[in-house]
Design a protein around this ligand. Structure first.
Ligand code: ADP
Ligand code: ADP
Ligand code: SF4
Length: 608
């Protein structure tokens, strides 16, 4: 073989009965009589343990010529094959390989007592796999998927590394682990009953009351689990995990559906458990401002999603995030992205040159007997602009959007424009048994046009999910399909509620670009509600700031410039940001630090 490369066959796609083995027919080593691509049955003819299966292909990584050949990749009509050269620096065997020509994971994160360790990287790169291994739910096979190695072999591999003790304890069943799953929306499928019942059985540390209070979930204790919202489920799941008595806590994404105040609270609670109780915390997180606040060290994960992933040794959280944003990992000598992700240090000048799409007077709206009331200042919205909408959950953001769209009538004031609105809700419920392509085709006549592909399908990375069923999609895939569906409709106003949920950093940046471009080209306006401050920074031209008392009354500002808007929003939260010296990215100040006090005094919460 020319270079170390990995061959990955997607068995959900490989359908030899429909292609007549085009890959094998054209593979150069095959043509000289070698058995580079053969069927799985042929490969394992002499293997007693092999159970046989459909006649899908097996690619020999020893014989394969590598990425520069790639003929099979081109020939396969179902996009089932990936041939990728591994980075030259990588001389280790994988920690785990799911099977022949399947995903391979290299490297493991090393949780440490008294520390919060973060993992940052794209979806599909093996973060959950690593967590399964460290949680003792899966024994790593060191790439030997035919003969599961015993623990001694595994330990030999890790002797002298930071993971040796951990793995020994794991072998001896001496590690207690508490884990919060990624998709909290699935909890009601697994648990029936009231929130209180679920939580009570987790209270091993006697910390439940305190956690319930700090996460602000008292009000849902007596509700059925299947009746509470995603944001509440997220906090219930975190409470259930952190209430346990464990040496290691694994939290797979903590921010989806939480507002910024709730995110910051969650980060502080997790930090305290590490610092004050000397526990090890391992957290996967894509909200970089929160990860920055939360973690002491982070491991970056890179590679090729779905094919292989490499987890780096730990880096300080500051350097790690800087390197990740810059797109270049220094120690690894690895470029992971062409362009750096950059933030504006000074507030951009507000340009509102587009035509006015909607002009509205002061509006009020209340529900029921005034259980919740909203008042919105008068304002104007322009063509081609993206308005960031910020404020806590339950403060009236969706209500306001419905008023603008004419779907709800205000109690006082009048919205004259009849705007067509296209809406992506926060919680995406797709239970239709329908393929993604059929679903999107039913929404737009542009489906499949080169324009639609460039503006929507590519940035939202939809190509590989088109043939899947909506119900089989992961949270991140579902989110991207929902954003695509929202943008594909003809409308004046695109309202996207939390598009960042379950997207990785790369996908957030791509989705941001897609939303910005789309509004610009269509002379439309986008209202984007999101709680990821980096995403809002990259996305918004102006801000609508909501404050008040959630579930009681809300107040919406008129659209404001970024500087004024950020100041107002962050003053409500009592959080200031400084700038990283090297990259100018915003970083949360320690409450009460000199900078924090100075910035509050100056009224400059975000931009300098
Ligand atoms: P992440 O958490 O970074 O999104 P995962 O660890 O969940 O990534 O998955 C990494 C890759 O491993 C995915 O491409 C997935 O298809 C593959 N994978 C996960 N579980 C299995 C499995 N049981 N068998 C084969 N492949 C799997
Ligand atoms: P946000 O979008 O900021 O999370 P919403 O506008 O969805 O806030 O809701 C604001 C408040 O109004 C919440 O307390 C919510 O429960 C309540 N609410 C929303 N819609 C209705 C309705 N149709 N009837 C009664 N109360 C509602
Ligand atoms: Fe054969 Fe490898 Fe070339 Fe594919 S990339 S055709 S497996 S040599």
């Amino acid at each position: 073989m020319a270079e170390d490369s990995i061959a990955v066959v997607d068995l959900d796609r490989c359908q030899p009965d429909r292609c007549n083995y085009e890959c094998a027919n054209f593979c150069p080593p095959n043509r000289t009589g070698e058995e580079c691509i053969v069927t799985r049955d042929e490969r394992h003819e002499d293997d007693d343990l092999y159970e046989g299966g459909p006649d899908q292909i097996s690619i020999s990584e020893e014989l394969c010529l590598g990425e520069s050949c790639g003929i099979c990749v081109e020939k396969c009509p179902f996009d089932a094959i990936e041939i990728i050269n591994l980075p030259q620096e990588l001389d280790d065997e994988p920690v785990h390989r799911y099977g022949e020509n399947a995903f391979a994971l290299y490297g493991l994160p090393a949780p440490e007592e008294g520390q919060v360790t973060g993992i940052l990287g794209p979806n599909g790169i093996g973060k959950t796999t690593a967590i399964h291994i460290l949680a003792g739910e899966m024994r790593p096979n060191l790439g030997e998927f035919n003969q599961e190695p015993d623990w001694d072999t595994i330990l030999d591999e890790y002797r002298g590394t930071g993971l040796q003790n951990y793995l020994e304890d794991l072998r001896d069943d001496d590690v207690t682990v508490a884990r919060k799953p990624q998709y909290v929306d699935q909890i009601p499928d697994q648990f029936d009953g009231k929130t209180r019942e679920l939580l009570e059985r987790t209270d091993e540390r006697g910390a439940l009351d305190d956690l319930v209070e700090r996460f602000g979930i008292e009000a849902v204790l007596d509700q059925d689990i299947d009746s509470i919202s995603g944001g509440e489920l997220q906090r219930v799941a975190m409470t259930a995990t952190l209430a346990r008595e464990a040496d290691f806590y694994f939290l797979d994404e903590i921010t989806p559906y939480l507002d910024i105040g709730q995110r910051v609270t969650a980060a502080r609670i997790i930090r305290e458990l590490a610092e004050e109780e000397d526990r090890s915390m391992l957290v996967v997180e894509h909200d970089l401002a929160i990860l920055d606040l939360l973690a002491d060290n982070i491991h970056l994960a890179y590679g090729s999603p779905g094919a292989f992933g490499i987890i780096t040794p730990p880096k300080s959280v500051r350097n790690g995030i800087n390197e990740y944003l810059s797109g270049y990992l220094e120690n690894e000598n690895m470029r992971i992205r062409q362009d750096a992700i950059e933030f504006e240090e000074h507030a951009p000048r507000t340009v509102t040159s587009g035509q006015v799409v909607a002009e509205y007077p002061e509006l009020t709206k209340s529900y029921g007997d005034g259980e919740f009331s909203l008042e919105a200042e008068a304002g104007q919205i322009h063509e081609g602009e993206v308005l960031g909408v910020v404020g806590p959950n339950g403060i009236g953001k969706s209500t306001f959007a419905q008023l603008l769209a004419g779907r709800l009538d205000p109690d006082t004031g009048e919205v004259d424009a009849e705007l067509d609105i296209s809406y992506k809700p926060q919680y995406i419920e797709i239970d239709q048994h329908m393929r993604v392509d059929a679903f999107l085709r039913s929404i737009t006549d542009d489906f499949g046009s080169s324009y639609w592909k460039t503006e929507i399908a590519q940035p939202l990375q939809l190509e590989r999910v088109m043939e899947q069923n909506l119900t089989d999609l992961s949270g991140g895939e579902r989110q991207r399909v929902a954003i695509a569906a929202c943008l594909s409709k003809d409308a004046d106003l695109y309202l996207l509620d939390e598009p960042s949920a379950h997207l990785d950093v790369e996908q957030r940046v791509l989705a941001t670009d897609a939303i910005r471009r789309y509004t610009e080209i269509h002379d439309a306006t986008a209202l984007v509600i999101d709680h990821d401050i980096y995403m809002i920074d990259l996305l918004a031209d102006r801000l609508l700031v909501f404050d008040g008392e959630p579930a009681q009354h809300g107040h919406a500002s008129a659209p404001k410039g970024m500087r004024e808007g950020m100041n107002e929003f962050l003053a409500n939260l009592d959080v200031t940001f400084r700038r990283d010296e090297r990259t100018s990215r915003p970083r949360v100040n320690k409450p009460g630090s000199q900078l924090d006090r100075q910035q509050k005094k100056d009224g400059e919460y975000y931009y300098t």
